[in-house]
Design a protein around this ligand. Structure first.
Ligand code: F6P
Length: 328
């Protein structure tokens, strides 16, 4: 039997991502359009546990489509990982007579949502938002496009100084467990090599490719390194290792860091967030539960939460293959 959904609550969780606000706006407005009550929960699962909940209307989300970050604020909640924390969360949802919960966040947030909905048989819907783009089942998550562009613009600027001084730059981009951001920004920024957590390209292979590039007449180079790359060395150790082994290079290190998480979302992220947000509300009203909205081949889809939480999203091997071709 289809559950009646009259009141929906919404939160953002995990690392913020540009476009989260556009998704909040879409969820709030879609709920208003279908004449449902909508509640904003502040600070992710932390706020849910503490009852930091407020009734929202469509005007509450005016002028936020262009803003980075999240007006609902975000947190990585330790307490929600405990049964006691989830019990408090459930009690607060009951107190406000909420019928369904929408979570805008990444894989960690979705795993928490899955445990919670299994435990309390509570209707939930996920909207993928993370600059890492590592949520299985969707081609893109909100924030990835903006972050890739931010990283690419930083790489472009570093290229100017790298070529002026004939230097080798190691540029660390975000991605503790995923290399999508490094791969996209690295290819777009013309990187000589890209080191990511999913693939062990080997440190000797890196040295060899840098030797080759010197021999081929290149005077400067850029290597993009994801935070969690497989070499077992942090970006500074990596740079020192290369400098010690390739005396011909003068090496510098740049960590782009949290700049990648901020800023006004791109057109792509705003449109994606708007489509996913509307779909999340419509899916709940259609009786869908324990699902995630996503995009495959430019179509908006609704797929099982299980698929997003139990499988690891695969790197596109074609992108790996073309790195070497493009740096010949
Ligand atoms: O999940 C998004 C992300 O930006 C990762 O790329 C990064 O490893 C992590 O968050 C950093 O988290 P924090 O901001 O909590 O240090």
């Amino acid at each position: 039997m289809k559950r009646k959904i009259e009141k929906i609550a919404l939160l953002t969780s995990g690392g913020d991502a540009p476009g989260m606000n556009a998704a909040i706006r879409a969820v709030v407005r879609a709920a208003a359009y279908y004449e449902k009550e909508i509640y904003g929960i502040y600070r992710g699962y932390e706020g849910l546990i503490e009852g930091d909940i407020e009734r929202f209307g469509p005007r509450k989300v005016s002028n936020i489509i262009n803003r980075g970050g999240t007006i609902l604020k975000s947190a990585r909640s330790k307490e929600f990982r405990t049964p006691e924390g989830r019990k408090k969360a459930y009690e607060n949802l009951k107190k406000y007579e909420i019928d369904a919960l929408v979570v805008i966040g990444g894989d960690g947030s979705f795993r928490g949502m899955k445990v919670f909905s299994d435990e309390y048989d509570f209707p939930v819907m996920g909207i993928p938002a993370t600059i890492d783009n590592d949520i299985n089942g969707t081609d893109y998550s909100i924030g990835f496009d903006t972050a890739s562009n931010t990283a690419m613009e930083a790489i472009d600027k570093i290229r100017d100084t790298a070529s002026s001084h004939d230097r080798l730059f190691f540029i660390e981009v975000m991605g503790r467990d995923a290399g999508f951001l490094a791969l996209h920004s690295g290819i777009a920024g013309g990187a000589e090599d890209i080191l990511i957590p999913e693939e062990d390209r080997g440190i000797n292979e890196l040295l060899e490719s840098l030797r080759r590039s010197k021999r081929s007449g290149k005077t400067s180079s850029i290597v993009v390194v994801a935070e969690g790359d497989k070499t077992g060395k942090n970006v500074f150790e990596l740079a020192r290792y290369v400098e010690n082994n390739l005396k011909e290079y003068e090496v510098r290190v740049v960590i782009i860091g949290h700049i990648q998480r901020g800023g006004s979302p791109t057109t792509f992220d705003r449109v994606l967030a708007s489509r996913l947000g509307v779909k999340a509300v419509e899916a709940l009203l259609d009786g869908e539960n324990k699902k995630v909205t996503g995009m495959r081949k430019n179509e908006i889809i609704v797929y099982p939460l299980e698929e997003a939480t139990t499988k690891t999203k695969k790197i596109n091997q074609e992108l790996i293959r073309i790195i070497d071709i493009l740096t010949v």
